[in-house]
Design a protein around this ligand. Structure first.
Ligand code: HEM
Length: 373
């Protein structure tokens, strides 16, 4: 896998057209248990400009709050405290630049020697875990600051295994140093869903790289050993309702549990690298019994004994209000695609001030297939 990444990373680095303020590092950074260091100020357009502005009199977030194209004009002269200072010329990425990042994510998804052959599910989990820390009451958490780069958030048990995803993302950040980590991680989740035959996920850039002090406390992500009350407490805190909880949970059509990460074991569906509504159909139609093993309590399907459900997944059919939506999504994949798309898009924007987005309307990123046809 390392070899694959190393080769493809070099290949595209040489044909990358962006003009970056930081030369891509030549050496491949191996995955490590140490979270990546905080990004250099010059690696993030928004912070880059913000720091320049701060230097001229504490107006650091003028750029982020104004959100106008004019304020992003390269080399804008800024008058403050009677002084005229020329801001450094930043690289201003276009939609095409973000599409290039999307395309690179799409290129590195396939990995024959990893799990079921794709990093897609892992990257969807990274996008969700960096966003799902949002708390609407305190307006903290979410993808805006990419705080999972910092310990202890990177080490929270719920994030076990995501060091691998962050390492993969780091190689892409080396190629595109201008993108913020929050934008990169969420865009990777969008690319993963779309390239695994899922619905289009509207997405737009504008997240900034925050500081360690923005890191969220443990316990904001759901605990798979628990039931409906816990799910409601966690997802209502983010601002979601029952229907959206069920719609989001359908992402468990993808990927698998790992004993060395969550302690649980196995995939939910027979097609863990394709976005389908199989999570709901299996949840309803299979007979699920407790697995007899020494690991944490989980269900297995009676038929093949090769699939699993978490106690929190089973809560979706045990709770009458949730079950209504499980049935709807099992019967109508198109409906689920539509509802998943809007809930996932909303999840990825939680906690990001609207003024930070560089476009009022989210974009539809093109799939690789669409670009080649
Ligand atoms: C409803 C509450 C949820 C709970 C309790 C939960 C729990 C878990 C657990 C325990 C794992 C296994 C991690 C591992 O061992 O590698 C997992 C994996 C995963 N989760 Fe969730 N999850 C929830 C919601 C979501 C949501 C909302 C999404 C996305 C929208 C999501 C996407 C995924 C994906 C794609 C994987 C597979 C990752 C891989 O294959 O590496 N989950 N989840």
């Amino acid at each position: 896998m390392l070899a694959t990444l190393r080769v493809s990373s070099r290949r595209v680095a040489t044909r990358s057209l962006h003009t970056s303020p930081v030369a891509p590092r030549a050496a491949f950074r191996k995955f490590s248990t140490i979270p990546p260091p905080p990004p250099k100020a010059s690696s993030n357009t928004a912070i880059y400009i913000g720091l320049g502005l701060a230097a001229v009199g504490g107006a650091g977030y003028f750029f982020l709050n104004s959100g106008t194209d004019a304020s992003r004009e390269a080399g804008t002269a800024i008058k403050s405290a009677g002084q005229s200072i020329k801001a450094a010329t930043p690289f201003v990425p276009s939609k095409e630049d973000y599409q290039k990042v999307y395309n690179r994510v799409a290129e590195i998804l396939d990995a024959d020697d990893y799990d079921d052959g794709s990093y897609g599910p892992l990257l969807v989990r990274l996008a969700w875990h960096c966003s799902g820390t949002y708390d609407k009451d305190s307006n903290t958490g979410g993808s805006n600051n990419a705080t999972m780069r910092f310990a202890p958030e990177s080490l929270h048990a719920a994030n076990n295994g995501l060091v691998l995803a962050r390492g993969i993302m780091e190689t892409l950040h080396d190629e595109f140093p201008w993108i913020s980590y929050g934008d990169l991680w969420t865009l990777a989740g969008v690319a993963a869903i779309q390239e695994m035959a899922g619905p289009k996920i509207p997405w737009r850039p504008g997240r900034i790289d925050g500081l360690e002090k923005n890191a969220t406390p443990d316990g904001r992500l759901p605990d798979a050993t628990q039931g409906q009350d816990h799910l409601r407490a966690i997802f209502y805190r983010m601002g979601f309702d029952d229907q959206e909880i069920v719609a989001l949970a359908g992402a468990h059509a993808l990927g698998r549990c790992h004993t060395d990460r969550s302690g649980f074991d196995g995939p939910w569906t027979f097609s863990p690298t394709t976005v389908t509504n199989a999570f709901y159909t299996l949840l309803l139609n299979e007979k699920w019994t407790w697995r007899k093993w020494s690991g944490p309590k989980q269900y297995e399907d009676k038929g093949s004994k090769s699939l699993m459900m978490l106690p929190s997944d089973m809560a979706l059919v045990q709770d009458k209000k949730f079950a209504v939506w499980v049935k709807k999504y099992a019967a109508d994949e198109e409906l689920w695609f539509k509802d998943f798309s809007s809930a996932f898009a909303r999840l990825l924007e939680l906690g990001v001030p609207t003024s930070q987005f560089i476009t009022a309307e989210p974009w539809e990123m093109k799939t690789i297939d669409e670009q080649s046809s």
